[in-house]
Design a protein around this ligand. Structure first.
Ligand code: SF4
Length: 462
């Protein structure tokens, strides 16, 4: 029931509607494919009709601005009636022979979940029909798109990868990191921080270079960077797993339960407090000392926040998108002295609601919390409030335009600006840049060229 996911004293959404308008989430295979594109040599196959893979490729290409290859079992009317086994067997054979992938990830779709195709059984049949061949690992990922969201699809894909590949064999002194659906730039920020801390890691999975690649003569058909199959196998031997996203920790739970690997879930290291918490986990688990370079970045970020405070203080903000990005940004926005008055996610999540209630209590404000809602609801709410900044993906651009509120683009998808794959918000270094970007957006929109704040009096006297 959606309405129990709305928590607020100030709700303006009065009309009861029976459709989702401008959704704030995407379907499960979208997240699963993103996870697979962070694995070196991986080929995703969507077991469904061609339109599904076209949609994934289109959405991912316009966000990451990289060639994205996603294959399809190309279901038709006949195969819907008689089952898609033949199509999946043919697709596996073709992909294996033509493209020689290091791993194949097979996701389901609305269609094949509804007709009840048993992907694991079909994959087993394929393997049994090639007993003497050196087949790549083939991983089934059940992603029924009429439930959950792309965030659940990502979670299921990472879990399926470790369920099928992780193999205990000694200890490796590394930390597994499950990044969640963050940009390539943010994965790179986390990798850089771990390098500074001199801590070895396995990323489950790693899109830092596979979806932000240099231009060269060879266009790679499969990701030529990313987490290697052997690394995923080795994840069963690590010291701990940190899921940056609280909504993508199923693989960590699996590794904890099956191999006794300590699991830590979130929060996304956005802003000072959350990044401190992340660094704290790492130092506690590994016994490593925090280097001067990281202390310095933290100090610069605090200095930037203090410098920005007079411009940002008490300004009301709306944030929307994936649940962990929204809660991470909400805490960061509070650190800037601003108020995240409305937060919205398409994912129905009691964890999200609880996290936002905690942030509100700690910072003494009463936000409108919309979970499992759409951007129509967000717009209705924004209309009756006095907000000065929107933060979220490109789907909110029309709201920003019609309400004349500046929009700071981040999250997924961002298709109407360049460089979405490099937008980074995690850690201290990216945090410093974000303080500047947010504050300069405020200055650009609410201050004149001499640095004076617009007021009604100023506007009248002009
Ligand atoms: S919602 Fe279903 S039909 Fe539509 S793209 Fe996703 S999997 Fe395919």
């Amino acid at each position: 029931m959606q309405d129990n996911m709305i928590k607020t004293e100030n709700l303006c959404i009065l009309d009861k509607k029976f459709a989702v308008i401008n959704p704030c989430k995407m379907c499960q295979p979208m997240g699963a494919v993103q996870a697979l594109l962070g694995v070196k040599g991986a080929m995703p196959i969507i077991h469904g009709s061609q339109g599904c893979s076209t949609y994934m490729r289109f959405q991912l290409c316009r966000h990451f601005r990289e060639p994205i290859n996603v294959s399809s079992t190309s279901m038709s009317e006949g195969t819907v009636v008689y089952g898609g086994e033949g199509n999946l067997l043919k697709a596996l054979s073709t992909i294996w022979k033509e493209y020689n992938p290091e791993i194949i990830g097979v996701t389901s779709s609305c269609l094949t979940e509804t007709i009840g195709d048993d992907m694991a059984l079909i994959i087993k049949k394929f393997k049994n029909s090639h007993p003497d061949e050196d087949l790549p690992p083939i991983v089934p990922i059940n992603t029924p798109s009429y439930s959950g969201s792309h965030v659940d699809g990502y979670d299921k894909a990472v879990k399926s990868l470790v369920e099928n590949l992780a193999h205990p064999e000694g200890k490796n002194k590394k930390i597994n990191i499950i990044p969640g659906m963050i940009s390539s730039g943010d994965v790179a920020e986390i990798k850089n921080m771990l390098d500074e801390l001199n801590v070895g890691s396995i990323f489950l999975t790693d899109n830092s270079e596979s979806l932000n690649a240099p231009l060269n003569d060879d266009v790679a058909f499969l990701p030529d960077e990313g987490a290697e199959v052997e690394e995923i196998r080795d994840s069963a031997n690590s010291i701990a797993t940190i899921s940056l996203s609280k909504h993508a920790d199923s693989a960590a739970m699996f590794l904890q339960k099956k191999y006794g690997i300590k699991s830590i879930s979130g929060p996304l290291p956005v802003g000072i407090r959350n990044t401190d918490q992340f660094i704290g986990y790492i130092t506690k688990i590994t016994g490593t000392k925090i280097p001067k370079s990281i202390e310095k970045d933290r100090g610069i970020m605090i200095d930037a926040i203090v410098d920005a405070h007079p411009y940002n203080y008490d300004r009301e903000v709306a944030i929307y998108g994936d649940p962990d990005v929204v809660t991470g940004m909400a805490r960061f926005i509070c650190e800037l002295g601003m108020i995240p008055s409305v937060v919205c996610t398409g994912t129905q999540s009691s964890r999200f609601v609880q996290d936002m209630e905690n942030i509100a209590e700690e910072n003494d404000f009463s936000p409108v919390i919309l979970a499992g809602r759409d951007l129509y609801d967000l717009h209705q709410q924004i209309k009756c409030m006095d907000l000065e900044l929107l933060i979220g993906n490109s789907y909110g651009a029309r709201i920003a335009k019609s309400e004349d509120i500046p929009l700071l683009r981040m999250g997924f998808p961002v298709y109407d600006r360049l460089g979405a794959q490099r937008i980074s918000i995690l850690g201290y270094k990216a945090g410093i840049r974000m303080v500047d970007i947010i504050t300069n957006t405020i200055l650009e929109n609410y201050y004149d060229e001499s640095g004076h704040e617009f007021t009604n009096f100023n506007e009248i006297s002009c």
